[in-house]
Design a protein around this ligand. Structure first.
Ligand code: FAD
Length: 488
């Protein structure tokens, strides 16, 4: 039997593995770290369970579609809770807006801020839903190898409706005037790692998912979704090799023959790189086999990295919701500090997740589990002192908003930043979410899933199509597996 080695056990690697094993292939996942899941790993300490990366479960249909392919349901593996409110945004002077799970209440909220805006929001969402449906059926499952993929009647017909050449910011501004309403609709595209002014209006589909479909939470945390996919892979016969970093490849003519790991030599017929694309392409392959030059990679616009704090607090903090966005400072200044003049931000926006609001399995009784995330330009200098300085800035603002002190109640504290992304995941410039989804880095303009010189090497994951985020990474694994199954 031909052997398929998949390098990396994040969502993309697991998704590709399940899809290939389901088609009776001999599949092995080779993972550098001790635990599986890549950026979505969990760790446990002092009675707290921390998701290391993702916390927003959007686009539930993508997860459902994935499990359905194997005759399963997401609910066979984990319980999904719809959050209410889905999230809250904290604006200037700590005025907060809670986004309810009921669409009628969201409409009333908009109307209360701006007359006539409920009607306009309905129109905005009809358009966004259409984009979501077209995007999620005709576009994201394409391997994006050739522009001819777009020369299908259905795709060409729909592409004109996608507003590829209008900026998302302009699009939102056509509908709404109030700065808070604009912000509520603009913030979802920040997940794409670009500024609203540089994102195509196509991505209003994100607002559709976040506001109309709702925000969900897998009970036990995002780690449960990783566990589910690992269980599925094991049911299908995938073998896992942890603590095994791929260091080199050996070749037979122009094909990879062996993967040389930190532990052993693994023979291979096909390799799927589900690890950081840049690292594999530039540092594991010999120069002559790389798909892209150093110059190419240096000219990519990366989505931000981030400073994260995982905190255990020995008391409850009533003012916090599950998802809290501190947008009490000027977003454009922070965005410039990421993209235009990369530096540690002057007045950062940040995000606080408090999953213990919803789930008492992630913190001891009467304790709070907090995850603080501050977006930063990739590649910045990362020191203990800088981390601590920004920790203090965030805690001060959270305490002011909550109207109570809790710094002295922190019984567990761990930071994670650019250097850790590099160290743990071989992440290019310490990026957190891959490439920014600007128009020039979308679809066929992203790094390709095939290697032009090595016929048995393929790529998947957040640095290739369709892009960053958990649902796209799951789709990416399916796209590469389907491509291999169809073409080999
Ligand atoms: C802090 C943070 C918050 C996020 N929040 C959200 C969110 O709320 N919602 C959402 O949808 N998305 C979110 N994302 C994005 C999402 O988590 C990622 O896009 C997705 O998990 C990427 O999956 P992947 O499989 O492409 O890569 P990864 O998860 O990075 O997997 C790659 C794997 O390859 C391994 N590897 C690297 N080099 C080697 C090697 N040489 N040998 C062997 N193994 C190797 C790594 O250890 C890693 O396990 C977040 C990301 C981060 C970092």
């Amino acid at each position: 039997m031909k052997r398929y080695n998949i390098v990396g056990s994040g969502f993309a690697g697991l998704s590709a593995a399940a899809s290939l094993a389901f088609n009776k292939k001999d599949v092995h996942i080779i993972e550098k770290n001790t635990s599986l899941g890549g950026r979505a790993r969990q760790f446990k300490s002092d009675g707290f369970v921390f998701d290391m990366g993702p916390s927003w479960y959007w686009m539930p249909d993508v997860f459902d579609r994935f499990f359905k392919k194997f005759g399963k349901k997401a609910s066979d593996y984990y319980d999904l809770i719809q959050l209410n409110p889905g999230f809250q945004i904290i604006f200037e002077n700590y005025e907060e807006i809670k986004l309810n799970s009921s669409w009628d209440e969201i409409l009333s909220l908009f109307e209360a801020y701006e007359k006539g805006s409920a009607d306009r929001l309905n129109k905005f969402m009809i358009d966004a839903e259409q984009k979501y449906n077209i995007g999620m059926t005709s576009l994201v499952y394409n391997p994006a190898i050739s522009f001819f993929e777009f020369f299908r009647k259905d795709v060409l017909f729909n592409i004109t409706k996608m507003n590829l050449f209008t900026s998302y910011r302009k699009h939102v501004r056509k509908y709404f005037k109030h700065p808070y309403l604009r912000m509520i609709l603009e913030f979802p595209v920040l997940f794409l790692g670009t500024a609203p002014q540089s994102t195509p209006a196509l991505y209003s589909l994100m607002a559709y998912s976040g506001l109309k479909q709702g925000t969900f939470y897998p009970k036990g945390g995002f780690g449960k979704v990783i566990e589910a996919m690992v269980d599925l892979c094991q049911e299908l016969g995938v073998e896992f090799h942890t603590d095994s970093e791929v260091k080199e490849c050996s070749f037979n003519k122009n094909k990879i023959k062996n993967l040389i790991t930190s532990k052993t030599i693994l023979p291979t017929d096909y390799v799927i790189c589900a690890a950081d694309y840049h690292h594999f392409d530039r540092f594991i392959l010999p120069d002559e086999y790389s798909n892209y030059s150093h110059r190419y990679w240096d000219s990519r616009v990366m989505s931000p990295s981030c400073l994260i704090y995982y905190l255990g607090v020995n008391k409850k903090i009533p003012k916090l919701e599950h998802h809290n966005l501190f947008f009490d400072k000027d977003i454009d200044i922070h965005v410039d500090d990421i993209y235009k003049k990369p530096k540690w931000p002057t007045d950062p926006l940040f995000y606080v997740c408090c999953p213990s609001k919803t789930d008492n399995s992630v913190a001891p009784n009467r304790n709070e589990n907090l995850f603080l995330l501050l977006p930063l330009a990739s590649g910045l200098n990362d020191t203990r002192e800088l981390r601590e300085k920004y920790f203090n800035k965030m805690i001060k603002r959270i305490e002011e908003y909550c109207g109570e002190k809790f710094n002295d109640n922190i019984i567990f504290k761990k930071s994670y930043c650019i250097n850790d992304f590099k160290e743990d995941y071989n992440a290019f410039k310490g990026n957190a979410y891959g490439l920014a989804n600007s128009l020039l880095q979308t679809a066929n303009l992203k790094p390709k899933i095939i290697n032009k010189k090595i016929p048995n090497l393929f790529y998947t994951g957040q640095l290739t199509v369709p892009g960053p985020g958990v649902p796209p990474s799951i789709i990416s694994g399916q796209v590469v597996a389907d491509y291999i199954l169809k073409n080999l």
